[in-house]
Structure formats: structure tokens, C-alpha cells
Design a protein around this ligand. Structure first.
Ligand code: FE2
Length: 460
């Protein structure tokens, strides 16, 4: 009891649960760090108490009985393209399935884009995201368009979804900031309009030297404006691509550590091991984060190979072992590059785990972190987590721990934003008609049907 009392004192913010009224109380959940039987008290949009077993007399306007399910901070997607999402098949399907045909197809689609349609598709995707407990997305937006149509559209979407989803926008020069005439001007205009992060695509510039020059210019621009940087970097199978080295060097020179991410870094998969043994410490020293996109990397890379066919994903476990922040992004959902997806970051974690062969318990848990706490850090999200003082944003999963959540791509039983329930979904339970066998199957470990009745999803 003394242990429990001490925990209550340390976990609560001057809050007496015997007398105070919570707006929302979640009973009997498991947290990602393994603490079980936890109760979470919410008031005015913030978590105010995290306690093992609050008194039954505790009063709350709404109670969710988690029934021993996992309560996680929301999923975070560190790398997405919301201007092209849900456009699959427009104007045609990517026949080869390659990155370059996807870029060409997007080039065909761009002049025909209508702002209202971009907004409508983005809002529809955000609905999917909320239902999946994905409440923060960093989306690149193509700024190689003198009209900046998509930029305007996504800035509008950012405002519209703010009550329920954090949308961070990256000024992304899809056609190359040097290669595509006028793109530096439109990129700067996009930043002036309020786009949050400086993007880039050095491997798509005409030469390695142009790519390095683009990294220098864009990092200096970010330094002048105090902005974060997130570049598509070395998204190829070319073992000689060196733009992540340049990005690390420029970040180090300009003191941008902690504010820079290299997205994709797929060329690292094919690089010489000796060179990588020099490169990874440089990335670490510069404070640059890495964002892999497992679903897209495994489908787009290795396209010039016969067999053996390279996986193409960057060196995730090696980067993590060096202490570098590594997140998984979804990158694409139903667009010119990828015809699959449903805003499910557990799908990205599941694929990342397999491609990187991260099958140890620690490895699997690191894959869960790669779609939750790590991208939250990369995006610089304020008040993220399950602790007193944090924003009351969380997702209740039909699983008992992060590994089980990945294995099952667990059902999001309830999604809470700012203390309000914004989405619910019934538990996934099959009803069997087999003699001598349990009636229900929910695929959780332990006795079949152990959580088959699911938690109650709120009562007054
Ligand atoms: Fe991307």
C-alpha cells in the first residue's frame, strides 16, 4: 500500500481524486511501459492523474472501463504526402510500380488538380487517421507549382483539423529545388504562407554536386528562419549516393541538431559497410533523425534488381543502436506510388519489424516506439505522453502490450483527443460454432475469448 501511495503522490498534479471531478476517467488500463491496472484522470483536456487503482468513489463525468487493454499515446506519422493521398488511379494506375513512374504520373496529375478535391481527399484521410488513433501527421506538400494550389489547400486543411489532429507541413520541392526552374521561389513563398518545415530532394537534382548545393541552401534557409528540416534523402538503391552525409555535415555546421530529419535514406541499404561505419557516427554527432518508410521502401526499392532483390529499407537497427532517433512513416496511401493502406501506423510498424528483422522483444517494442514516441520527438509535439500534465490524447487498443498491438494491428477501441472521445470501434471478436470449443475468439494471448466482451466504451 505504501508503494501505491507513493506512486499516487508522484504521479498526480495536486489533484485529490476523492473529492475532485474528472471530465474523463479511464479505468484498468495497461501502459506501454508495462504498468498494469492503471487509472487515468483527465480534466480540462489534460491528464491530471495516472494512478494504480483509484478509489471506487472517484467521480468522473465519463468513465471508460479499459478492462486490461493497452492505453497508448496516439500514433504519429513522421512522413506522409497528403496532397496526393486517395488519388489512386488518377489519371491512371502506375503500371511499373516504380518511384520514377510515380513522379511522372504525379506530374501528369498536378495540372488537373482542383483545390476543393485536394481538401476533400485530405479531410477524408484525416477521418481515417482519427479512427486509427493517428493524431499527428507530418505531411510533405509539393511546392513545385507556381499556383501553390496544394499548399493553400493543405494549409486550409491544417486549420480545419486542428481540433482533432496535428498536421505539420513540409515545403517539398518534388521536382528538385534547383532542377525545376522557379522552385526555390515557390518554396520560400510556401514558407511565407505558413508551411512549417523545409523539405528537399537532393537525389533528384541533376548531379550529386547540385544535390549537395540544394542541401546547403535549404539548411541555411531553415537556419535563418528557425525552422525544422526534413528532406527526402538518398531515396535510391545507389550505393554512392552521399546526401545524408552532406545533410549531417550542414546540420552540424549550422547547429541544427535535433531539428533535422533525413527521410528514406534507402541508399544506406546498399552502401559499403566500411563507409557506413563512418557515416552513422556523423549522423549521430549532427543530431539528425532518420525516417524510414517500410511499406514504400520494400515496394519501390530494388526495382532494378533481378535476384537477389534488395529490400531497400535503411539500416534501422544499426541507426537505433547508435542512439539515433528512427521513426517509421506511412509515406503514401492510395496515390501514384502505392495502392494500399488505411492510415494504420501499426501496419507500418509491422512491415518495418519484418523488413529489419527486428524480432527480439526489445526490437519489436522499438518498432512500436517508431510510430509513437520517437516521431512525436522528431515533430517536436508538445505535451505528448501518458503522464500528469500531458495532453489528454490517447488510444485504447484491443491488445495487452505494444508487441501484441503490432501483431494484431489491434482494433482501436477508443480514441481520445483533448479529453474527448473522438472515435470508437467495437472489439474484433469472432463467434465460433464448434462443439467443445470456446464461443469467442479474439486472437489475444491467454485463454481464448479472454477479452471477448471488450471494454465498455464509456458511461455517464
Ligand atoms: Fe515521401
Amino acid at each position: 500500500m505504501r508503494v501505491r501511495d507513493a506512486r499516487r503522490r508522484s504521479a498526480s498534479l495536486s489533484f485529490d481524486p476523492m473529492t475532485a471531478m474528472f471530465d474523463l476517467l479511464v479505468r484498468d488500463c495497461i501502459l506501454p511501459d508495462g504498468r498494469a491496472g492503471m487509472d487515468i484522470g483527465v480534466q480540462a483536456g489534460r491528464i491530471v492523474a495516472v494512478d494504480a487503482g483509484m478509489p471506487t468513489a472517484t467521480v468522473a463525468a465519463r468513465v471508460i472501463d479499459a478492462a486490461g487493454c493497452l492505453l497508448s499515446p496516439p500514433f504519429v506519422d513522421a512522413h506522409f504526402h497528403m496532397d496526393s493521398t486517395l488519388s489512386y488511379g488518377m489519371p491512371r494506375v502506375n503500371a511499373s510500380g516504380t518511384l520514377l513512374e510515380g513522379i511522372a504520373l504525379w506530374g501528369e496529375l498536378k495540372p488537373t488538380l482542383v483545390q476543393d478535391a485536394i481538401v476533400e481527399r485530405a479531410l477524408a484521410y484525416c477521418d481515417w487517421a482519427v479512427a486509427r488513433g493517428l493524431l499527428a501527421i507530418r505531411s510533405h506538400v509539393d511546392v513545385c507549382d507556381p499556383r501553390l494550389l496544394a499548399t493553400e489547400a493543405l494549409l486550409h486543411v491544417r486549420d480545419r483539423v486542428r481540433p482533432y489532429l496535428d498536421l505539420q507541413l513540409v515545403a517539398f520541392p518534388q521536382d528538385g529545388v534547383l532542377r525545376s526552374a522557379g522552385s526555390m521561389d515557390t518554396l520560400v513563398r510556401a514558407l511565407d504562407m505558413g508551411v512549417d518545415v523545409v523539405g528537399g530532394i537532393p537525389h533528384f537534382e541533376r548531379t550529386m554536386a547540385d544535390g549537395a548545393e540544394s542541401v546547403r541552401l535549404l539548411c541555411e534557409l531553415a537556419a535563418q528562419r528557425g525552422l525544422r528540416v526534413d528532406m527526402h534523402c538518398d531515396e535510391s538503391d545507389d550505393p554512392m549516393s552521399r546526401h545524408i552525409e552532406t545533410l549531417a555535415a550542414q546540420s552540424h555546421r549550422l547547429g541544427l541538431g535535433g531539428r533535422v530529419a533525413g527521410s528514406h535514406l534507402t541508399s544506406m541499404h546498399s552502401m559499403d559497410n566500411y563507409y557506413v561505419s563512418k557515416l552513422i557516427p556523423l549522423i549521430k554527432e549532427a543530431g539528425v533523425a532518420a525516417i524510414a518508410n517500410p511499406l514504400i521502401n520494400i515496394t519501390l526499392q530494388g526495382r532494378h534488381d533481378t535476384y537477389p532483390k534488395r529490400r531497400g529499407m535503411t539500416r534501422v537497427p544499426e541507426l537505433m543502436a547508435a542512439g539515433i532517433d528512427v521513426a517509421f512513416g506511412h509515406d503514401c496511401v492510395m496515390d501514384p506510388w502505392y495502392g494500399m493502406g488505411s492510415a494504420d501506423m501499426l501496419e507500418a510498424a509491422h512491415m518495418g519489424l519484418h523488413v529489419a528483422q527486428m524480432t527480439s522483444q526489445a526490437g519489436m517494442r522499438a518498432c512500436f516506439d517508431a510510430v509513437t514516441s520517437t516521431p512525436a520527438r522528431i515533430l517536436g509535439l508538445e505535451g505528448y505522453g501518458i503522464a500528469p500534465g500531458c495532453r489528454a490524447d490517447f488510444v485504447l487498443l484491443q491488445a495487452r502490450d505494444p508487441v501484441e498491438a503490432i501483431r494484431l494491428r489491434a482494433t482501436r477501441l477508443a480514441v481520445v483527443r483533448g479529453g474527448k472521445v473522438v472515435s470508437t470501434m467495437p472489439p474484433a471478436v469472432a463467434t465460433l460454432s464448434l462443439e467443445g470449443r470456446p464461443q469467442n475468439v479474439d486472437f489475444l494471448r491467454g485463454p481464448a475469448g479472454s477479452l471477448a466482451n471488450g471494454p465498455s466504451r464509456g458511461s455517464a
